[in-house]
Design a protein around this ligand. Sequence first.
Ligand SMILES: C[S@@+](CC[C@H](N)C(=O)[O-])C[C@H]1O[C@@H](n2cnc3c(N)ncnc32)[C@H](O)[C@@H]1O
Length: 331
Amino acid sequence: MKINRQQLIQSIRGKKTSREEEYAKPFFKWAGGKSQLLYEFDPRFPEELSSGSLNRYIEPFIGGGAVFFYIIQLFHIRRSVICDINTELILTWQVVKQDVQPLISILQGLQEEYDACDLTGQQNLFYQVREDLNREKPVFDYTSYGEHTIKRAAQLLFLNKTCFNGLFRLNSKGEFNVPFGKYKKPNIVNEKNLLMVSDLLADVIILHGDFSKCLDYIDDRSFVYIDPPYRPLNKTSSFTGYSQDGFSEHDQVRLFDFYKKVHETGAKVMLSNSDPKNENPDDNFFDDLYQDFLIERVLAKRFINSVGEKRGFINELIIRNYQDLGKKVIR
Ligand SMILES: C[S@@+](CC[C@H](N)C(=O)[O-])C[C@H]1O[C@@H](n2cnc3c(N)ncnc32)[C@H](O)[C@@H]1O
């Protein structure tokens, strides 16, 4: 089947398209998701993905996987490796890969229960699932895989679809603390999508842990897309040097060393990050670090915390170790 890039992007962005049903898309709404930037990324992916000379795909910070879903459905990728440090997120990816049918059954049960309730009943169900999830966390056996893992993945997906803004956020104790979203008819189980995703994941290697784990899988036939947690934009949070994920300034430097090692393997690598110059035009953190690579700035739509919860356009950095395709560098 010839893939229509425009429709694939629209589908990953959650828009209705005439062939929407045919494409797999993210099953988890994830903070920092990159579906909005796919139009900017598309012309910047290496040409060798189309010719097939690059046929391995590695994404060390997978999140909801917007870029993964694009690449894996558009190009002939023979091997891919995805990774994330978030335990609950990776657990869910693993269950979608290995046990999609039982997962769908549990979610269908939850969907029926939710749909049969009035708003108060829905709210009670939401808080009951949230409480179960948090209560089990300290004693949950993450080291073995079984029915308990499938049940937890279902709880996480249910909460992701019914919580406020569909955000996944944990407090300092590692508890899920997002409030009820008051959605009347959320699509808790998109069976067709989950089945398509599960098929796509059949040969995908899913790693849990630090991005550095991916290095062993990278060679000169690989394309690597790196989307780390942002360096905090607002001045108060950058004072601590940590992003929400606990990714420090030191980690950004550690990631640069990783980037160089990936470059040395002969792989093609593309990294995105928010531009600190949005806040402070004199902040040359990434420009200094990545001075030997191609740095571009593109416009991205997102919340700017320092000026209230206001939506706006800010620059996003794209840093590649391969040739510009004749596009002007926007500075
Ligand atoms: C900006 S998000 C990636 C979003 C993803 N590109 C998408 O479209 O949904 C960054 C991700 O990095 C993960 N992360 C944080 N520290 C990490 C580390 N040291 N190694 C691997 N992943 C990490 C977070 O759990 C989060 O999922």
